[in-house]
Ligand binder design. Structure first.
Ligand code: ZN
Length: 353
């Protein structure tokens, strides 16, 4: 089976690189000798010398290069660099999606460190609300004055009471064919609908800006069963970007991976059946993965399922067999993204691609 591969390479934080140019070149030379690569997603170290070398190297081989650009989450040392407003009332480092200031801060950061380099596109990451893995209350997002204003049609006091009591009205609902979860309670439904709209609006604004610079745009999304719960309306976001990469991470014991996020969800509600009943056999059963694929296969953007290929003991216990199994599960897609850091991929995995 031959896929068109997208490779994700974590070059470091904005200020600190993970690898030298020589290390990256040696590893990629080896990988490119074995598989066909269509595009690279590289980020988010801002060293212009390293980035120019990477761009020259991949462009010479006819491979397009996208900047991997995290938006609403920032590490402490990067907050100063982005100058963004954090979510109100939240234990997490997520930033408020509605303050226009934050969208402008992302664009200003891009313009300062990356705009002069010939990237072919931008890959928008962390374009969502915090999930429950950042804390139970953080998982409901931002309640700052700006957000409350944007949610004028929602009874926020009612929602806050449900949150405080871990009320099952925050769980009951049904998925539609695009993975949107329709909550049975009309106020809860209005709340989640508005959240998703605010995230979609931000994607629209940023995509319009990057498109005006003739850049293609991709978006990193949670797995389809979880995306809407963190504010990502897959069908809507897919209208504004060229491709989406759902994180079909099944072996990672960390935030954003399916089993991790699903289990945190269940831990926060004593009786989580109204939610878990949608996943007989658990979220990773073949039936569930098939169900999730159905949510995304007809959206108006290229779908590139993201699979884990970096073994990290205790964090991402992936191996050649599990990668092979994933390639089989996603065989109706032409494109596959190898995530999230090809620098850590071993030869045993490379041989099954
Ligand atoms: Zn806010």
């Amino acid at each position: 089976m031959s896929y068109q591969y997208t490779l994700q390479l974590h070059s470091g934080s904005f200020q600190k690189s993970n690898y030298t140019w020589e290390e990256i070149k040696a590893k990629c030379e080896h990988i490119l000798a074995h598989i066909q690569v269509k595009q690279m997603i590289i980020g988010w170290n801002s060293d212009p010398v390293l980035n120019q070398k990477l761009l020259d190297y991949f462009h010479e081989k006819g491979i397009r290069v996208l900047l991997w650009f995290p938006l609403l989450l920032q590490e402490n040392d990067e907050r100063e660099l982005k100058k963004m407003i954090a979510c109100d009332d939240s234990e997490s480092d997520f930033c408020c999606p509605t303050h226009l200031h934050n969208a402008h801060a992302c664009i200003a950061l891009y313009e300062k460190y990356f705009a002069k380099l010939p990237f072919d596109g931008v890959f928008l990451d962390k374009i969502r609300y915090a999930s429950f893995s950042q804390g139970y209350e953080a998982g409901f997002g931002c309640f700052c004055e700006e957000c409350k204003k944007q949610m004028h049609s929602v009874d926020i006091d009612y929602i806050k009471t449900l949150i405080e009591t871990h009320d099952l009205r925050l769980l009951r609902g049904e998925y539609d064919r695009y993975g949107r979860y329709h909550f049975a309670d009309s106020q809860v439904n209005a709340f989640y609908k508005r959240r998703a709209q605010l995230i979609s609006d931000l994607v629209f604004k940023l995509a319009a800006y990057f498109n005006s610079r003739k850049l293609i745009v991709g978006a990193d999304l949670f797995a389809p069963i979880l995306a809407y719960h963190v504010g990502q309306n897959i069908k809507e976001i897919a209208k504004y970007v060229d491709f989406i990469k759902p994180m079909m991470y099944t072996h990672t014991n960390a935030p954003a991976a399916i089993p991790y996020e699903y289990n945190v969800y269940l831990r926060n509600f004593e009786h989580a059946e109204p939610f878990s009943k949608h996943f007989p056999g658990g979220p990773l059963s073949n039936k569930s993965l098939r169900y999730q694929m159905d949510f995304i296969k007809n959206v108006p953007a290229t779908v590139i399922p993201g699979i884990e290929i970096n073994p990290i003991s205790g964090v991402c216990d992936v191996n050649a067999d599990s990668v092979k199994e994933h390639l089989r599960i996603f065989n109706e897609f032409q494109n596959i993204a190898l995530c999230w850091d090809v620098m850590r991929m071993d030869d045993a995995i490379l041989t099954v691609l």
